[in-house]
Design a protein around this ligand. Sequence first.
Ligand code: BDP
Length: 332
Amino acid sequence: MQRRTVLQTLALAAGAPRAVCAADAPTVLNGWSIHPDDYPVNQAMQRFADELARITGQRLTAKVHGNGSLAPQGQVLERLTRGEIDFAEIGLLGYGDKVPVLQLLGTPFLFKESGAMFKLLDGRLGALIAAELRRFGVILLGWYEGGTRNFYHRHKPLRTASDFQGERLRVGNTPAHAAMVSTLGGKAVPLPFKEVLAAFEGGQIDGAENNLPSYESTGHYKVAPHYTLTRHLVSPEMLIMGEKAWARFSPAEQERLLQAGRESALHMRQLWAQRVAEVQARLARQGVQFHLAGDHGAVLRRMKPIYEPLWRSTDPVTREALSMVLTQGMAG
Ligand code: BDP
């Protein structure tokens, strides 16, 4: 049997989690974000990190690493489950192939605004998805705001389907988003978030889509100053932890961490609302032109091929989640 130090023996006797005894386990948990430090996501993650240290009486602390510096965007879930990253904040782009129900939340025109979405996610739908993520070794701590996404272009508004004809538009690694661009007549160019600016500068794309805070923080507005309010996606993002990091907390600490995660999410949504309220005026002063979208009905009708695979999905969790979304507002 391995020899224990007096402190380790005491810790075991006090029922402290096993990881306390692992002398070589680092005491700083590392958190991944794709965004810069002054972005609402990172600020809310920092609040969670501070709370984590308080909950464990500084036995463990946490550091938020911005700008995707800890790992490439597409590898976050694997790295998290392998324990190479401890916690992260991710959007849903590119993860639907790993956890099928996430595809549903990335479906265009599913929600009109985030209030309706959070009503579901803070309730039964969120619990269903959290249980599903758990099966993949991921603990859901909070639903963050991913904002309303709109298309933007170097030279012109993208108001109707005819404006999309032949345009090369960046999408994330999400098949439904590539299909959305194709069905509107454009050419979808899947690219990681961090490569979009260079693709604009190198002339490989004509446009992209994102929410206003990311459009500003990435500097895309400087190269693509026509922003059309297509509102094609209202999406959530998630604060998550890998199960290896999770196992380092006692059950009582885990309860408090879940609470800290929910609180950081509510804080994030407030920061987000403030940011969105300021950003449009700031961008207009920088010369961005905002355009209203054209015939919404005509665009929606073209989305049929994107919805069909959802109707036919054989994944029971996706089917249950879809029925919760479709019956939203009917219960109570
Ligand atoms: C940002 C999201 C981030 C996405 C990114 C993208 O916050 O999670 O990865 O868009 O378009 O708004 O890739």
